[in-house]
Design a protein around this ligand. Structure first.
Ligand code: SF4
Length: 64
């Protein structure tokens, strides 16, 4: 599973980072969330999907 954050959609609410800190982090330069790495680590898929569902602006996409 791979994910990306659409920077222009992210409103920096922090929900994805609170929900799934093994997968998402702050991009301090842009003040937006970003995946720590494109490939979601093993065992983190469920929380990554939860973050996708919770994101208020649908800024997180699963790359297929
Ligand atoms: S949940 Fe969505 S809007 Fe909030 S910080 Fe994460 S990507 Fe940005």
């Amino acid at each position: 599973m791979k994910v990306r954050v659409l920077e222009e959609e992210c409103i920096s609410c922090g929900l994805c980072i609170d929900t799934c800190p093994e997968v998402f982090e702050w991009d301090d330069d842009e003040d937006k969330a970003r995946p720590i790495q494109e490939e979601v680590p093993e065992g983190q898929e469920d929380c990554a999907r939860e973050a996708i569902d919770l994101c208020p602006t649908e800024a997180i996409e699963e790359i297929v």
